[in-house]
Design a protein around this ligand. Sequence first.
Ligand code: ZN
Length: 189
Amino acid sequence: MSKVKENFVIPGDFLGTSEEFLSMNGTYKDKGNIYAANTGVVKIDTKERSVSVVPQTSTPPIPKVGDIVLGRVSDIKSSVVLVDISRIKGREDREIATLKQGAIHISNIKDAYVKELEYEFGFQDIVRAKVIDDKTLRLSTDNKSLGVIKAICSRCRVVLKSKNNKLECPKCGRIETRKIADDYGSGNI
Ligand code: ZN
């Protein structure tokens, strides 16, 4: 096995000289110097004395147990809320490429009896939840920091404002309830 050094480069980055290395895939030579021709990971094979740049294949982050995820409520069924997961907290720089749908079962909403899911979530609300099963993507909001962080008025689709422990629509005045995260309205994600 040759020793391979890895480093992330962008086009035009200096990689070495043609006296040091053979210029391979993803590189170009100019006046005896070798530069990166594309964005990727530089691979220097010290045995072959070659340098190449391997295009970075985007491996989208996959939610794991314990991850905090953000998503949008896509459906509310009798005992399950479906959430289209869009971000994993701590990895906000990376969009999840393929849409992942998580599910919050009625028993994982909060530490209290839930009668109707419609009192806890609204269609298209933004939710912060914890992954409790990464195979089936079961989520939980059973923590004060978890729950709805942006609630959408069911009548006029504008964002509800938190007011005296209630959520009020600034447009139509409608009052709605949600299982909100304790920092609802702060803009935190
Ligand atoms: Zn409204």
